[in-house]
Structures are given as C-alpha cells and as structure tokens.
Design a protein around this ligand. Sequence first.
Ligand SMILES: NC(=O)C1=CN([C@@H]2O[C@H](COP(=O)(O)OP(=O)(O)OC[C@H]3O[C@@H](n4cnc5c(N)ncnc54)[C@H](OP(=O)(O)O)[C@@H]3O)[C@@H](O)[C@H]2O)C=CC1
Ligand SMILES: CC1=C(/C=C/C(C)=C/C=C/C(C)=C/C=O)C(C)(C)CCC1
Length: 297
Amino acid sequence: PSIRKFFAGGVCRTNVQLPGKVVVITGANTGIGKETARELARRGARVYIACRDVLKGESAASEIRADTKNSQVLVRKLDLSDTKSIRAFAEGFLAEEKQLHVLINNAGVMMCPYSKTADGFETHLGVNHLGHFLLTYLLLERLKVSAPARVVNVSSVVHHVGNIHFHDLQSEKRYSRSFAYCHSKLANVLFTRELAKRLQGTGVTTYAVHPGIVRSELVRHSSLLCLLWRLFSPFVKTAREGAQTSLHCALAEGLEPLSGKYFSDCKRTWVSPRARNNKTAERLWNVSCELLGIQWE
Ligand SMILES: NC(=O)C1=CN([C@@H]2O[C@H](COP(=O)(O)OP(=O)(O)OC[C@H]3O[C@@H](n4cnc5c(N)ncnc54)[C@H](OP(=O)(O)O)[C@@H]3O)[C@@H](O)[C@H]2O)C=CC1
Ligand SMILES: CC1=C(/C=C/C(C)=C/C=C/C(C)=C/C=O)C(C)(C)CCC1
C-alpha cells in the first residue's frame, strides 16, 4: 500500500464547494476527464461534459449523477477535430449559460496514425492544441464576466521532448506519431503561458497540468503502451489519481499569482526551456489565430 500511495502522487486537498458554479470539461466521458467531472459534480457544480460521442457522454453522466446525487451533469456534443462542431458547441453553451467559472481543456489523442482534422490540421495539433485554443477563444467573454474564473489545460511531462516546427506545423514533410503528441503537449504549455500574459488583470487565470502516468484509453493506438500499462499497473495512476492536479488547479485557493505556470502532483513544476520561450509562445499564438481565421489580441 505504501508503494501504491507513492505512485498515486499528489492529492487535491481543498474543501472548496461549488454550488452555483458552472464548469465545462472536454473529453469527460472517460479517463481523467470523467473523474475530474465526478469530483466537481460532487462539490455541487453544474458540469458540462463536452464530448464527441454523446452516447458515451450520457453513460458517464448518468453514472456521475447517480454517484454524486447531483442532477446538474449535462452532456453536449463537441468534436475538437472540427471547428464547425467547436463553434456549434460554443454557440449552444453561450445561449444556455450566462456564466462559466471553470474551463478544463482535458480531451486529447495520442500516437494516432497520420491523419488530418476536418479543417486540414494534423490531428494531434488540431485536437490537442488548436481545438482547445478556438474553444477558449469562443468562451472567453463568459469566463471574464464570471471572474474569478480559471482555464486548466491538460498537458504532459512529454512536452519536454516536444518542439514547435513552424516550417512544418502539419507534419507533412516528416511525421512521427509519438513526437506529434509531444509537440502538441508543448503547444498546450506555451498556450497557457501566453494566455496568462494576455489575461492579466481580468480575474481569469490559467494553468497547465501534467496529470501523471495514468491508466486510461489514451494508449489505445499503441499496443506496446497498452501492454506496459497492464504490466506495470501498480505504478501507474488510476484516473481518479490522475484527476488530482486538474482539480487542484481548478479549485485551490490562492493560485492566482501562479497563472501561466505548469503543475504536476498538485505542485508547481519546472517546464522545459522551450516551454519558457516567450517568442515561441507569441509566434504560436499568432500562427494559431491565422490557421483558425480569428483575431485574438
Ligand atoms: N493517461 C496519461 O498517462 C496521460 C494523459 N495526459 C493527458 O490527459 C488528458 C486526458 O487523457 P486520458 O484521460 O488519459 O485519455 P482518454 O483517452 O481516456 O480520454 C481522452 C478523452 O478525449 C476525448 N477526445 C479525443 N478526441 C476528441 C475529439 N476530437 N473531440 C472531443 N473529444 C475528444 C476522448 O473521447 P472518446 O472517448 O470519444 O475517444 C476522451 O473522452 C489528455 O489531454 C492527455 O494528453 C497527459 C499525460 C499522461
Ligand atoms: C519506463 C516505465 C514506464 C513507462 C513510462 C512511459 C512509457 C511513459 C509514457 C508517458 C506518456 C505516454 C505520457 C502521456 O502524456 C511505466 C509503465 C510507467 C512503468 C515504470 C517504468
């Protein structure tokens, strides 16, 4: 049990309750997102599960509603690989809700064979970074009017080996399904850094998270990782353990001065030198706006 406790990592210890608060979590039908949604629902928030498969979302939502006795767990369609779907989700949400206190950009894909999103973006970049970038842009006014509010971006420790190849952002010249994931997770950290800078003084703060190495469906495209996860399961976090740092960044009091920073095991943690480069962060921001056809100053 003590070995398990060690590998379970940090625990979110705040007692903050969330009656009247509104939360959106992407990819919350399974894995880390579902456990994050469960805990926020337990604390009384109205939780929107934003997912690409509404049936899977409904099954997660009914489980969470039964478990937490919170009926305010709602499912809405959001496919991050299609900007039309992201815009439709945002339009529906803005019509429905006057406030948004926490946005958790959690959904992610890893090690997919080369493919492009509906808008022609390489899938890791498109779903993990650009999809969440657009979603945050579309929901930002609601976050600002609801301040204090937070945006949590679920990144990964593998951002350390990521790089932003501006000359080949869509990996058309060279593609590695492992590195494509790492690059997109570096993009999550750079986005968080730049977003924090631009949100100074608004009451909206943002954090990047490494959840730990977690047993989930993320490894579905790699039979080697599926096997490793099974063999080493005592050393791999459960989804509930993996949700702790997202919960900490969404809930813990007094985190505002650390806006833009990166957390692991519920503590601020060092990022790679590339993730600290303000020029790269700004350039990625500008290129993302161009690719998405938006103006976000
Ligand atoms: N597990 C781990 O060890 C680690 C995970 N992370 C990060 O944690 C986050 C959560 O991953 P985890 O819970 O492990 O993985 P899962 O694969 O269990 O969950 C990922 C979620 O993202 C959703 N998703 C995938 N593509 C899209 C899309 N196009 N539109 C909307 N939703 C989508 C999935 O939906 P569906 O069920 O329909 O496929 C699923 O709900 C990810 O960002 C991942 O990169 C970071 C470090 C380590
Ligand atoms: C070496 C090793 C492991 C493998 C770690 C790997 C392969 C990590 C991959 C992380 C990913 C994919 C992060 C996603 O963002 C285990 C299985 C933990 C067990 C202990 C030894």
